[in-house]
Design a protein around this ligand. Sequence first.
Ligand SMILES: C[S@@+](CC[C@H](N)C(=O)[O-])C[C@H]1O[C@@H](n2cnc3c(N)ncnc32)[C@H](O)[C@@H]1O
Length: 220
Amino acid sequence: MSNRTLVLDDILYQYLLEHSVRESSLLRELRERTLKHEIARMQIAPEQGQFMALLVELLAPRKIIEIGTFTGYSALCMALAMPPDGKLICCDLSEEWTAVGRSYWQRAGVSDRIELRIAPALETLDELTQSGSAGSFDLAFIDADKTNYASYYERCLDLLRPGGLLMFDNTLWRGSVADPSNQDADTLALRALNKALHEDERVSISLVPIGDGLTLARKR
Ligand SMILES: C[S@@+](CC[C@H](N)C(=O)[O-])C[C@H]1O[C@@H](n2cnc3c(N)ncnc32)[C@H](O)[C@@H]1O
């Protein structure tokens, strides 16, 4: 016996897109340009970007950290929704991919809100902690290498203020987290994270089945 009501097939998904997504022309241009990229699937879906933007509007965060920026779509969604005097720190390794994002952030008039740090994200997070930023962030979005999610979690939890929100992308990992025969390193890391979050009393959680699974965790 379950309370499940929804099966999201292609027809219903298309309906959802048509009746929910209000993507601006600039966001759409960036997303469609990225879709031509051979690893376009790394980009979040438009309904997820809009959902995250709504959370940003609700929280009105002054400080956000994003781990994994790629061509800048999720960062642009959040930057457009955050207060104009807020700061979004974006962590990535790729100058090439983030250069695409930079040009769109500029065109959207939000580049002054975004600080891009090109370095392994663990180094950036440790620098932020060492420079006295613990407890000062309102929001963190984790969307980089899956095997480091547990380490990103601990560091971001430290950087967040009580009541701050963590968002983990890909926590359903195209269903492989629920397939015991899948034992690849990324799947194992996400499965372990999901289990740890479920049992972790330091946060209130919800695994939202949007995009590839987005887990929200509010620091208590
Ligand atoms: C899934 S993509 C991010 C997608 C992006 N949030 C979006 O919606 O378009 C993951 C990104 O993480 C970056 N990345 C991977 N390992 C990293 C690391 N150790 N430190 C920082 N960035 C990393 C990759 O360069 C890549 O751009």
